[in-house]
Ligand binder design. Sequence first.
Ligand code: NDP
Ligand code: MG
Length: 391
Amino acid sequence: MSQRLTLLGATGSIGRSTLDVVARHPELFSLFALTAHHSIDRLYQQCLAFRPQVAVVASAGEAAQLSRRLKARGCNTEVLYGPDALVAVAAASQCDTVVAAIVGGAGLPSTLAAAQSGKRVLLANKEALVMSGALFMRCVTRARAQLLPVDSEHNAIFQCLSNHPGVRPERLLLTASGGPFLNRSLDTLDSVTPDEACAHPKWRMGRKISVDCASMMNKGLEVIEAHWLFAMSPERIEVLIHPQSIVHSMVVYADQSVLAQLGNPDMRTPIAQALAYPQRIDSGVERLDLTQSEPLSFAQADLRRFPCLGLALDVARDGCELSVVLNAANEVAVAAFLAGVLAFTDIARIVGETLSQTRSVAIDNLEGIQQTDCLARIRARQLAGLPPLSE
Ligand code: NDP
Ligand code: MG
């Protein structure tokens, strides 16, 4: 029986890598739904190639345009629009697997809906889990959803843990490349450009996560993600700089055995692992030749260079109550940096100030999370000197 997929964020970096793997195995996978935001041309091509039952875009106008173009080519994909349609295709009975690859908090309602509907959820959208941790994991348990991490570090840990079901590890070692600014002189960081921040030395990714890698906020979000996925206290999750991005993370057991998962830095490996789990399929990724790789090295992260990592670790160690605020302020600051309105070094300043101006909040439902998220975005925009968003 083939798996019927809903691919949220089909036009993004993870979405396209997923379709690359899916196209190699037409007998194993078919597409129920593909979603995009504004990349209509790309979604049009994907619909012609994969013939999903449903496509989702941001607005009514874009939906009408896409539908017209598809019909002209004999493609009967139904085109829907808006956030409710994203939730509907994530929860639809016609799909059994949801790949959650929308970027940012915009992906939370649909990713949560997939969990609440008991789907097999392939999670790339780490912001959704960071924002809703306890609620999300409770929904997974209650609905008997199957949660499979796609984020390379968490996928690596998942693979290492699979060898010892039921045995708790002592520690998790999350590796981080250090991004493009690992060795850049500190006094030039305030003048780096968005393109420099997005020029990741090892991975090709969307622009938001690329900036998060440059600031190492990404690794902070991943510590929180690992905390929820593996029920591991943040104190037992260590971050290690590993510039070669070959060891994707490690698990340490009580006997001091350290298990690692290795591979070329190409997201098609974790995507294929999660799509096929518990089987293994060809991912299209080049063979790893360790005799040709640079020597593997590991180091501590310098929190003076990466203050965003320090802020996220503080939030994690304080019980993750402020992780919604951390994520919201970061999304605002990163978008403003990418738009050329803020300096790179302002990201940590805005996130830090937003956090320090917010009281602790314990929230446990989607509405409460969205409200806190919204207030934190307003605060972060004020602190950044940005105009309020009009509805
Ligand atoms: P991209 O920016 O490349 O793609 C984002 C996708 O989400 C696109 O399909 C985009 O549509 C869609 N989207 C953006 N905003 C909205 C919105 N408001 N409503 C609905 N859809 C929206 O991101 P990535 O693929 O790089 O990352 C996706 C997620 O996966 C992120 O959470 C990231 O942290 C995570 N991840 C990514 C990795 C990578 O290698 N790229 C590695 C590990 C995790 P459109 O194209 O129309 O704008
Ligand atoms: Mg990662």
